[in-house]
Design a protein around this ligand. Structure first.
Ligand code: PLP
Length: 389
């Protein structure tokens, strides 16, 4: 069975071109870029090239890029740095719908004497700018708000956020792990001070990320030790993955226009056909500006996990809108924050496409899913009632 992989917000396939770019840096060109000899020096040159390629994708300068081990590390590094830089500012602002990489850290800060504001979202997943304006004050060290949501694809107006944050002298960090490569970003004309990116969401390997830190923004390293990354992130560089990330960013830039509009057309077709063919279905975040590759769709009166299981039997890979907490399936914190009714949140499925997704794969989902939902609904009294209407 060949998989139909529609879970690209969870992770992506490494592009074979990217893999070929990194391959020599394991067994042949394995030198340490910090070494003085030519053998390390040639690796250093490729790391420098990778830094330029990453910077090019987000409109940054190469020296503003710090390689890290993942998006989670970048998020932690950004927030912790701001708190060290401003020891007297004890307030952090984030949102209720952040990835756990930000939310878990912020919640632990609140147990250590920091005031943490978690901004709400409306039913379409949008931020209330007035709530942000009221929350930010002279005591705010950092505002960390994601560029786009991993579950719903809802895009936040980060530049508008930045203008509000700057008035109060706080730093702005954005977790752009889901946005980079899917929508254009230009740090040269941005109010963002720090930005996180993760390689495995854009066809580079897992375990590589970056933190962008705008030139002039004070920064304290999260990992201390050696002098790598200009003493901003200690630890011998993951050279092969850095080189892969550089190539992946270069390709993402090349594909940004045509491929992303092809992906959006497939996503829109999937969405429209499922809404047409399946009763009592709705798009989570449907009223908001969204990433071109993501659809979170809620089917009333059916268990999301059951849908995933039936899809998986056909080789179709997607995600549900639930999080397995202590053995019980709770609707995800994102859908709960949006106030998605319990009966819908439970039956929410996320499909996330990539440039490797084909029209035939979308056709298969459109053909198979209506019967799967019917089968699932037949298992619950409310579902049977709906089917009888
Ligand atoms: N932030 C967002 C929005 C994500 O979607 C993810 C991964 O799912 C992360 C952060 C964490 O990235 P990583 O897996 O590289 O630690």
């Amino acid at each position: 069975m060949r998989e139909i992989y529609l879970d690209n917000n969870a992770t992506t396939k490494v592009d074979e071109v990217v893999f070929e770019e990194m391959r020599p840096y394991f067994c042949e060109l394995y030198g340490n870029p910090s070494s003085m000899h030519y053998f390390g020096g040639q690796v250093q040159k490729k790391v420098d090239e990778a830094r330029q390629r990453v910077a090019g994708l987000i409109g940054a300068q190469p020296e503003e890029i710090i390689f890290t081990a993942c998006g989670t590390e970048s998020d932690n590094a950004a927030i912790r740095s701001a708190l060290e830089v401003f020891p007297n500012k004890r307030h952090v602002i984030t949102t209720r719908v952040e990835h756990p990489a930000v939310l878990t850290l912020c919640r632990s800060l609140s147990k250590h004497g920091y005031r943490v504001t978690e901004l709400n979202v409306d039913s379409a997943g949008r931020l209330d700018m007035d709530e942000l304006r009221d929350a930010v004050d002279d005591n705010t060290a950092i505002v960390s708000i994601m560029y786009a949501n991993n579950e719903t694809g809802v895009i936040f107006p980060i530049e508008e956020v930045g203008r509000i944050v700057k008035e109060k002298g706080a730093l702005l960090h954005t977790d752009a792990v889901q946005a980079v490569g899917k929508i254009p970003l230009n740090m040269a004309e941005s109010t963002v001070d720090m930005l996180s990116l993760s390689g495995h969401k854009l066809h580079a390997p897992k375990g590589i990320g970056i933190l962008y830190v705008r030139k002039g923004v004070p920064f304290r390293p999260f990992l201390v030790g050696g002098h790598q990354e200009k003493s901003r992130r200690a630890g011998t560089e993951n050279t092969a993955s850095i080189i892969a990330l550089g190539k992946a960013c270069e390709l993402a830039g090349q594909h940004m226009g045509d491929e992303n509009s092809r992906v959006k057309a497939m996503r829109d077709r999937l969405e429209n056909e499922l809404l047409r063919l399946i009763p009592a279905a709705r798009i989570n975040g449907g009223g908001a500006d969204r990433l071109p590759n993501t659809v979170s769709i809620a089917f009333e009166f059916v268990e999301g996990e059951l849908i995933l299981l039936y899809l998986s039997e056909l080789g179709i890979c997607a995600s549900s809108g639930s999080a397995c907490t202590s053995g019980s399936l709770e609707p995800s914190h994102v859908l709960r924050a949006m106030g998605v009714p319990f009966t819908c949140a439970h039956g929410s499925i996320r499909f996330s496409l990539s440039r490797f997704t084909t029209d035939e794969e979308i056709d298969t989902v459109i053909r198979e899913l209506p019967a799967i939902i019917r089968r699932g609904r037949e298992m619950s009294p409310f579902g049977r009632e709906l089917l009888a209407k």
